[in-house]
Design a protein. Structure first.
Lengths: 290, 276
């Protein structure tokens, strides 16, 4: 049905979306790249001279950058570990016959719909506060010393909060994938005497491999950009103990108003995200052919 | 894979699953409960679960002190506005790609997806400066523009995966029966496309409602939606748990309800069709 005429019409229909996205991508990206080579601080108006790679060498040699990279990786890997392992286990459980499955599913999925600032502030104040938080009450009841989560273990606490937000996503996707598994295969393995563990490792897990990969890649894209949770809980501190790359670039650009260095940091963040994106795109692209 | 199991096994599954479900849901439940307490009861030790005097006073206070509904309305305008404009741009594009696929359709789709992978912080500085110079900073229009653009790839993709499931033969059949292009679109395609468009709408309102990078960085007092308004509770004055809870409960309730209706679409939308 694709005639010459309909082809032309199709092009007209697609072009607004393409032009807008092209503009959204190229104009700011070009500007970031351009700014990253200038000495440009909003607090010091005047000429913005070209300084070559100076911003990059300044940003990359800043001790805060090394901390931020380590924190970014710890945050991404920590949350991935918790959500993927937890997600597989919970999905396995939810896939079993039980009463009220629909309601449990609703309860488990709920945190995903809570906006980041709300979940971060609720955890920070009502759970992790060393005096009035529920954990403090719990510790006291158990005779333990109070623990100031966000001061003594800021990054771990943020990993916990972000994991709570993303566990539902992993669970839901893995559960969806699990439900597409042919139950006859499992029954056949069971009749042949395969133990539950063997069935899990030889049938269920391979079947989930693809979904797990998708979960890891998509979450990584979002987790590299965790921002609100850090802003409202620790402001990246104490010191830079919970500063990730996104927060560091924000701090350079909008707190210290150093547009040049902030832009150089932005370019670094883009490169990092692209490495992950390439793998994700390949997976999704393969699926498009299927 | 619902298999027959013994009632005992089923009971154990049920107990375990409910336990975990309630544990995961607990922070939300606790927030809702706390919103009905007085500030003193909110920090009581030992904590009070249901045995407190339920009050609506926090909801009243939050509205009176900070004009809560203005921020609520900002959230509505920004999330619904950006989604509707996004649909307006995306429906024709997804339609054309699904029904008149060309050689480059796949490349265009993949390229659109790649724009979604751009980390927002990579373009924070230019967007901030453009907004400052054009007066879009702290305006609802500015946020509608940004959220439309960042969610456009997801909207196109979701619609595309839905439209692709509409069989092309049905069009040919309609044409054989003498339907013109207008009636073809109006009576044949639209009814089949509506469910897909509705799910896309729902999921994108949710995503835009909860977006917390651009909303935090591009707004101040005027256009701040709930994400940014709630963030102002990070520097508290005095007792505020019950008020924080009331503000939070109102901010998450509508989306929680919408979200529960869109579980299935969530998987499709957020994995770009890679898991269905």
């Amino acid at each position: 049905m694709a005639t010459q005429h309909s082809r032309a019409a199709a092009r007209v229909m697609i072009s607004p979306a393409v032009i807008l996205l092209l503009g959204w991508m190229l104009i700011p990206l070009g500007m970031t790249l351009y700014f990253s080579f200038l000495r440009y601080n909003l607090l010091m108006p005047g000429a913005n001279p070209f300084v070559g790679w100076e911003n990059y060498s300044y940003f990359l040699s800043d001790p805060a950058f090394q901390t931020a990279i380590v924190n970014t990786l710890l945050l991404v890997l920590g949350v991935l570990l918790i959500t993927v392992v937890g997600g597989v286990l919970i999905a396995l459980l939810l896939d079993q016959p039980m009463w009220g499955q629909g309601i449990v599913r609703i309860l488990v999925i709920a945190p995903f719909f809570v906006m980041p600032t709300v979940s971060a502030l609720v955890w920070k104040n009502m759970f992790m506060n060393p005096v009035n938080g529920l954990f403090a009450h719990l510790f006291q009841a158990l005779g333990l010393a109070p623990f100031d989560f966000l001061a003594q273990a800021p990054l771990a606490s943020i990993i916990g909060i972000v994991s709570w937000q993303w566990l539902p996503f992993a669970t839901l996707i893995l559960l969806t994938a699990m439900q597409s598994l042919d139950s006859e295969q499992l029954e056949a393995a069971e009749m042949d005497g395969a133990s539950p563990l063997a069935r899990f490792f030889h049938i269920v897990l391979p079947h989930l491999a693809r979904a797990i990969t998708v979960v890891i890649l998509i979450q990584t894209i979002f987790l590299l950009s965790v921002f609100a949770e850090i802003l409202v809980t620790t402001n990246g501190g104490p010191g830079t103990a919970s500063t990730n790359l996104t927060y560091l670039v924000y701090a350079e650009s909008l707190l210290r108003f150093d547009v040049g260095t902030g832009s150089a940091g932005g370019v670094v963040a883009i490169i990092l995200a692209n490495i992950v994106a390439i793998f994700l795109m390949r997976m999704i692209g393969k699926n498009l052919d299927a | 894979m619902a298999r027959a199991v013994t009632p005992r096994r089923k009971a154990i599954n049920t107990a375990l699953a409910w336990g975990i479900g309630i544990l995961i849901f607990f922070p939300i439940l606790w927030t809702i409960l706390t919103s009905f307490k007085t500030e003193a009861q909110a920090i009581a030790d030992p904590p009070l679960f249901l045995n407190f005097d339920w009050t609506l006073e926090n909801y009243v206070t939050v509205q009176e002190r900070s004009n809560y509904f203005r921020h609520f309305w900002n959230s509505v305008v920004i999330s619904v506005g950006s989604t509707l404009i996004g649909l307006l741009i995306a429906v024709p594009a997804a339609w054309a790609m699904a029904f008149v696929p060309g050689r480059r359709t796949k490349d265009v789709l993949m390229w659109m997806l790649s724009t979604k992978m751009l980390p927002p912080v990579g373009v924070l500085v230019p967007i901030y400066l453009i907004f400052r110079d054009t007066g879009l900073l702290d305006s609802r229009i500015g946020l509608v523009i940004v959220l439309t653009l960042i969610n456009l790839p997801i909207i196109v993709w979701m619609l595309y995966t839905y439209f692709r499931e509409i069989p092309g033969e049905i069009l040919e059949a309609a044409r054989m029966d003498g339907a013109g292009l207008r009636s073809e679109i109006l009576y044949v395609l639209t009814p089949m496309a509506v469910p897909g468009i509705a799910s896309t709408l729902l999921l994108n309102i949710i995503l835009a409602w909860n977006e917390a990078f651009w909303t935090l960085n591009l707004t101040a007092a005027n256009a701040a939606p709930l994400t940014a308004f709630i963030a102002s509770y990070s520097s508290p004055e005095g007792l505020f748990y019950a008020k924080l809870s009331a503000a939070s409960t109102m901010a998450i309730a509508p989306i929680l309800i919408m979200g529960w209706f869109s579980q299935k679409q969530l998987v499709r939308g957020l994995t770009f069709g890679a898991v269905k």
